[in-house]
Design a protein around this ligand. Structure first.
Ligand code: ATP
Length: 317
């Protein structure tokens, strides 16, 4: 029907190389790496062979060029990425704690991403899209929620579909505007891609089973729960529950795993593959991502995933 399109933040990530050390004194850093959950997601769709485009805004600076050139090279339609004079491309400084948790210093809301608008180029891209992917993280950026909701309405009206990764900041959804946005998107979601307790938060339920029942009852076609090292599970009325164990890998950098997982799962399903097969490819994509340093450095092509799955001795169902 048309490309997969998303709307949201593009930024660079700069990482501490010493685990456990904060940013209170100078130290060796590595980066900039192209980043932003929507950018990682859409890059992975394109690298995997899906038609893909993004509505976004970057500054007139090297960080913007770095991102746009990476996306263009990987096959993403970059015609709706605006360049905003006088505002920098966003950035995130990341450091890792010894237990694997991450701390961020963000500069996004006041960056060029905060100037994302429904331009003529954005309207044209959305007008030919067959699918919109909504990222909860993008709700935190001024102006983006309205564009996302308009994109969802346009694509639904022409018979397209919607996926939703509720990577929500909890502060945003506890009541008020954030909760309303989540409910508005859930009401039109075909594929929900939560991880951890996002499933319970999105459903307002106390258990996984209750959350799945409530969300499928809303008319959501399928729910795919990302379980990190424990793999993933699909739930739908059509296929019931389908579980897929993770691949055993050494985790170097977890950033981007969920985005790459979702991109590959969605692209497989849009191509007509059954959930069991889509889960296997998506788990492989998530696992490959965590073995690479840098949020977008672990995106995978179909050939790379086929090799990875074969090397792990896992048959494709
Ligand atoms: P993030 O927010 O870091 O992008 P997420 O919380 O949305 O990620 P995860 O569940 O961490 O999503 O990862 C998505 C998928 O990637 C998992 O379902 C799993 O298949 C794979 N994965 C993630 N971490 C690992 C790991 N350490 N080992 C193997 N596979 C992993």
């Amino acid at each position: 029907l048309g490309p997969t399109v998303t709307v949201g933040e593009i930024l660079v990530e700069i990482m501490a190389t010493t685990v456990g050390r904060g940013f209170l004194s100078p130290q060796p850093l590595v980066g900039p790496f192209p980043s932003g959950a929507p950018a990682i997601f859409i890059d992975q769709v394109a690298r995997f062979g899906g038609a893909a485009g993004i509505v976004a805004a970057v500054g007139e600076d090297d960080f913007g060029v770095l991102n746009v050139e990476r996306l263009r090279t990987d096959g993403v339609d970059v015609s709706a990425i605006a360049t905003v004079p006088g505002k920098p491309t966003g950035s995130a400084f990341v450091r890792y704690r010894p237990d694997g948790a991450r701390d961020f210093v963000f500069n996004i809301a006041h960056s060029a991403a905060g100037e994302t608008r429904m331009t003529d180029a954005a309207r044209a891209l959305i007008g030919r899209a067959g699918h919109v992917h909504v990222m909860g993280s993008a709700f935190a950026i001024p102006g983006i929620a309205a564009i996302l909701l308009e994109a969802v309405a346009t694509v639904k009206a022409r018979g397209g579909s919607v996926s939703f990764d509720p990577n929500i900041r909890k502060e945003l959804v506890q009541g008020g505007e954030g909760r309303r946005l989540v409910d508005d998107v859930l009401a039109v979601t075909d594929l929900l891609l939560p991880s951890g307790d996002e499933l319970l938060v999105a459903a307002g339920a106390a258990t996984e089973a209750a959350a799945v029942e409530r969300l499928l009852g809303l008319g959501i076609g399928e729910i795919v729960l990302k379980r990190g090292r424990d793999g993933s599970s699909h739930f739908s009325r059509a296929f019931g529950r389908v579980d897929c164990p993770a691949f055993a890998v050494e985790e170097i950098d977890p950033t981007g795993a969920g985005d790459c997982f979702g991109a590959v799962y969605l692209t497989c399903r849009r191509a007509g593959l059954p959930p069991a097969r889509a889960l296997l490819y998506a788990n492989a994509a998530g696992a490959r991502t965590v073995t690479k340093q840098g949020p977008m450095e672990g995106v995978s092509s179909l050939a790379e995933l086929d090799d990875f799955i074969a090397a792990a001795g896992r048959g494709v169902p």
